[in-house]
Each structure stands twice: as structure tokens, then as C-alpha cells.
Design a binder for this molecule. Structure first.
Ligand code: MN
Length: 232
């Protein structure tokens, strides 16, 4: 048995609603510009041919209901309310039907973003990591099994900050649907159980400040909440 020099990182997981077993998280993939109105509000064109991706470390995972200390290095922390899905079986170079069958379940998620750092990276044609992948930047609520969620499409997605609605859309506004995303991503990765995919945010993203309380929901899923704390 390997003797480790340091304590190995803890396995990050997401609860499954109504069950006592949790879903261990392997990798975190995120889809960019998957709602036309959000791409437009950011001044971007949408690509209807194929989705594009960025990643977050599993150590960015934060449970719903937590307080996220205002992160370092930014003056412009933004919320992005999204549908998350988790892969439940190996999937590689899959058809859409096979990809759909590989989805274990869904959850509400927040892709928290240091918008000023992301913007600076875009300007300099640099990677988005500093803007997107930081501690607590991937907030995920308890998961619901795919068979209990049903077909993705008509469900309403919404997010409020301090009781004021900021984001409100339906999942059928997604440019690339869940099966298309999984099938496309499986062209580039051997996806495995525990891979988590955040499927992009609709319009209405905006800044949050210490003391703000976020509440989000998607029809059929457990709601998500997040409190923004002071910088630490
Ligand atoms: Mn996002």
C-alpha cells in the first residue's frame, strides 16, 4: 500500500435526494454560451454547430446551503444558475441515445464566476481558469435520478438574489441539449461515472456582494441556495 507524504485530498460528493448514498465527483466540465440570450448579453456569438467547454477542479465543489466567502482577486463575482448532470456509466464516442442513457441524474448548480478575471483573460486570449476555477465556484444541490426527472425541456429554471428574480428561463432554451452535450463531450473524453457537467446559464447573470442570499430552482429538482460571505 502506498504511504502518502501528505493527507490525500478528500473525495468530493453530492447527495442524492431521498437516498443515503452520495455521488462521488470525478471531473467537472462546464458548457459555455448554451443560451442565445446569455451569449448576447455577454456580447458573444453562439455556435450552434458544437458546444465548447471549460473545466473546474473537483475541489471547487460546494454544497447547496453553504456560505461562499467572497473569493480573492476579484471585484466582480457573478452568479450563473445552471442545470447540472452527472454521468452514471462509461460513455465514449456515443450516439445521442446512448449518451442520454448514460446520464445518472440532474441537479441545480451555480457556476460562480470571477467575471473581471474572465474578461481580462478573454481580452488577452488567455485561458479562463482564474475566472472560473476557484474554491467554492461549483455549487451543486442534491441530485435527482434521471428517471425521476423525465425528459428535459419544459422545466423552468430561476434564480433570485435577496428575493429579486435575476434569471428565469426554460430548459428547452438550451442550444445544445443534454444528450447532445454528453455525446459531443464523449468524442473527446472517456467519460466515467461521477463526471459532472454544468450545462450553461441563461440570461440575467450579474454581480453578488457579501451578505447576498441566492435561491435557485429548476422544476422537478431540489432547490439550491448560497450565501455570499465576507472575504477571508
Ligand atoms: Mn456557466
Amino acid at each position: 500500500m502506498t504511504r502518502f507524504l501528505f493527507e490525500p485530498p478528500a473525495i468530493r460528493s453530492i447527495p442524492v435526494t431521498g437516498e443515503d448514498a452520495a455521488c462521488p465527483v470525478h471531473r467537472i466540465f462546464c458548457v459555455g454560451r448554451n443560451y442565445a440570450a446569455h451569449a448576447a448579453e455577454m456580447g458573444n456569438e453562439v455556435d450552434r454547430e458544437a458546444p465548447f467547454y471549460f473545466t473546474k477542479s473537483p475541489h471547487a465543489l460546494l454544497a447547496s446551503g453553504a456560505t461562499l466567502p467572497y473569493p480573492p482577486g476579484t471585484q466582480d463575482l457573478h452568479h450563473e444558475m445552471e442545470l447540472a448532470l452527472v454521468i452514471g456509466q462509461p460513455v465514449f464516442q456515443a450516439t445521442r441515445d446512448a449518451a442520454r442513457g448514460a446520464i445518472f441524474g440532474y441537479g441545480c448548480a451555480l457556476d460562480m464566476t470571477r467575471r473581471d478575471l474572465q474578461g481580462a483573460a478573454k481580452d488577452k486570449r488567455r485561458p479562463w481558469d482564474l475566472g472560473k476555477d476557484f474554491e467554492g465556484s461549483a455549487v451543486v444541490a442534491p441530485l435527482t435520478r434521471a428517471e425521476d426527472m423525465g425528459e428535459i425541456g419544459p422545466q423552468r429554471l430561476h434564480l433570485s438574489v435577496n428575493g429579486e428574480t435575476r434569471q428565469d428561463a426554460t430548459l428547452d432554451e438550451m442550444i445544445h441539449g443534454v444528450a447532445g452535450i454528453v455525446a459531443d463531450l464523449s468524442r473527446f473524453y472517456h467519460l466515467v461515472p461521477g463526471d459532472l457537467i454544468l450545462t450553461g446559464t441563461p440570461a440575467g447573470v450579474g454581480a453578488v456582494r457579501p451578505g447576498d442570499v441566492l435561491h435557485g430552482g429548476i422544476d422537478g429538482l431540489d432547490p439550491i441556495s448560497l450565501t455570499i460571505g465576507s472575504a477571508t
